[in-house]
Design a protein around this ligand. Structure first.
Ligand SMILES: [Zn+2]
Length: 215
């Protein structure tokens, strides 16, 4: 399982809401979180009332055992040198905690070779990469994903200002996304309402084929 804590947010609009903030992401257990990360929406909370986004700069562990990828991620790429050293220091503790519990998938993973000095619980754990900045994380993830596994998106869009019509569009998008194990993200502008459906390219491709007009 991935690990998150519910944080309480107070939006400038007055709304109070809670939203999960992750410090451990295991995409073997929660495949959709991979696309949340690639979409830049991990630990970004959306106010249910006004739609404002609040980013929470929480460092996290990203684990993708199938691709032999394990990374400590600090979401900001512009952390100064002395702060980086402090973070690396604290990292050791976090890493030990996670490797020590059930966090790391210890089922045999494909394409994994063990070095002779590997032993005990840590044997199946890939080397830990340290990553500063979400752009760099995206590069690392995309480097291990096949074309089909990379993120794809499609937009459902209306210029209607009618709330009911916008609501209907969102409903359809959510249904499609759920059936295809994708996610939705809303861009709500006065003149234009867009629902992005995002997920693995092959799934987005399947939705597009489904939506294409029949001959
Ligand atoms: Zn708000």
């Amino acid at each position: 399982m991935s690990r998150s804590v519910d944080y309480n947010f107070s939006c400038p609009c007055g709304e109070k809401f809670s939203s999960p903030i992750y410090d451990y992401v295991n995409v073997a257990k929660d495949p959709s979180l991979q696309y949340t990360v690639l979409a830049g929406l991990l630990n970004v909370s959306t106010c249910p009332s006004c739609g404002r986004r609040i980013a929470h700069s929480q460092p996290f562990i990203y684990s993708d055992p199938a691709h032999n990828l394990l990374a400590f991620v600090h979401p900001r790429g512009d952390v100064p040198e002395d702060a980086r050293l402090l973070i690396l220091d604290r990292l050791q503790t976090t890493y030990d905690t996670i490797v020590g519990d059930d966090g790391i998938d210890s089922n045999g993973t494909a394409n994994h070779t063990l070095s002779p000095e590997d032993s005990g619980q840590i044997a199946n754990t890939p080397p830990l990469q340290v990553i500063f900045g979400l752009d760099q994380l995206n590069e690392v993830i995309n480097a291990v994903l096949s074309q089909d596994e990379r993120m794809g998106r499609l937009a459902l869009n209306t210029f209607s200002r009618d709330e009911a019509e916008r609501g209907q569009l969102l409903l359809i998008a959510r249904k499609l996304a759920r059936e295809m194990q994708c996610q939705v993200e809303v861009e709500d502008l006065p003149d234009e309402y867009t629902v992005w459906v995002f997920g693995a390219r092959r799934r987005i491709g399947a939705i597009m084929r489904e939506l294409a007009p029949r001959e």
